[in-house]
Write a protein that binds this ligand. Structure first.
Ligand code: PMP
Length: 361
């Protein structure tokens, strides 16, 4: 009888609630207004020939490398950061190896690590989701081959100090360290410039968040040139499709659009955090385009909250099943008008459920 590899059978199932996302989508950390109009204009100019040909990554990789100020030999365009994670697992993990993560974090690390046959060693973040640098160091063993850290982290919005990430990379020279900077634009700090000097450090970026292109599936993996050769071996030459490749130079060229969107999100983040503080709702100060807030003590309360928000046309994400996130939901931020709608619905829901004194606008 046909059977999947035993590692595959142990992969935890992950079904993001993508169905029926009608309303204001503050549930998946996407850009809530969409990409630069220049990209749509460019899409309309694509020809049949553009689509008939197999896609060529190289020229676009050179452009992205210029923008990120790294050598093209250090950079690989990927089918989203998800593919970058998958490729690192394929490249560095063998059955029985250990892979480290800090929880709560992005679900796909565990999935790809498990799929590669590795044993996932998980360390819990601190009480307020502080980066557990010292504990993580103590978990490094001779079997550790991959460490994945989201910085800023999802779903908490918290960050890891640069010095601690560098110490981690230096303390585990036989392990690849992925610093996943999917939310970089909302934070502004990076380890990208350290990749040349640290052959086990990899940094990932995405076009899915600030750039508003989650549907196109485009990400970037940067590392030291030599280990990147190994990663490229396992990667399809056509992993990023022609439509995405055609759009990326336009996306990169319109930095004004990105900066404006990031500024809008930062203002909204400040507004939401102030309103939550004033209303007595627990939350964790975020460096990303979302905020994690505790709206109850149980999963039922968080679910009820997200359902009442949905009834008011606002989609937010229940995260109460994540480790340490009892009663929590995650709210994505967009520009001012989206935050107005969010805060109105949030206030009404709090009052309806009698959960807190209220959130002032
Ligand atoms: N890393 C983190 C930390 C994320 O939160 C997400 C998306 N939720 C991803 C990676 C996936 O990004 P992409 O769309 O580029 O695959």
């Amino acid at each position: 009888m046909l059977k999947a590899r035993s590692a595959i059978q142990t992969i935890p199932s992950y079904h993001p609630p993508l169905a029926g996302r009608e309303g204001l989508r503050l549930d998946f950390n996407e850009n809530t207004v969409g990409c630069s109009p220049r990209i749509l204009a460019h899409l309309r100019q694509l020809t049949a020939e553009d689509l008939a040909r197999y896609p060529e990554r190289e020229a676009v990789e050179t452009r992205v490398a210029q923008l990120l100020q790294v050598d093209p030999s250090q950079l690989l365009l990927t089918n989203g950061v998800d593919e970058a994670i998958h490729l690192l697992c394929q490249t560095f993990l063998e059955a029985g190896d250990e892979a480290l993560i800090v929880e709560p974090t992005y679900s796909m690390y565990r999935i790809y690590m498990t799929g590669a046959g590795a044993r996932v060693v998980s360390t819990r973040a601190g009480k307020n989701f502080e980066f557990p640098g010292v504990e993580l160091l103590s978990r490094i063993s001779p079997h550790t081959r991959l460490i994945a850290i989201a910085n800023p982290n999802n779903p908490t919005g918290t960050v890891a100090p640069k010095a601690e990430l560098l110490r981690l990379a230096r303390s585990a020279p036989d392990a690849a360290l992925l610093v996943d900077e999917a939310y970089f634009e909302f934070y502004g700090q990076t380890l990208l410039d350290k990749c040349t000097g640290l052959p086990n450090l990899f940094v990932a970026r995405t076009f899915s968040k600030a750039y508003g292109l989650a549907g196109l599936r485009a990400g970037v993996l940067v590392g030291n040139a030599e280990p990147m050769c190994a990663v490229r071996r396992v990667c399809s030459p056509y992993n990023v499709n022609a439509v995405a490749l055609a759009c990326l130079p336009e996306a990169l060229a319109d930095q004004v659009y990105i900066q404006q969107y990031v500024n809008d999100v930062l203002e909204s983040r400040q507004r939401l955090e102030s309103a939550l503080a004033a209303g007595g709702v627990s939350y964790w100060p975020s460096q990303a385009n979302f905020v994690l807030a505790r709206v109850g003590t149980t999963k039922q309360e968080a679910v009820a909250f997200t359902q009442q928000m949905r009834r008011r046309g606002i989609l937010v994400r229940d995260r109460s099943s994540d480790p340490g996130c009892d009663g929590c939901m995650r709210i994505t931020l967009g520009p001012r008008e989206h935050t107005d709608r969010l805060l109105t619905a949030f206030q009404e829901t709090l009052e309806e459920l009698g959960l807190a004194q209220g959130v002032s606008r």
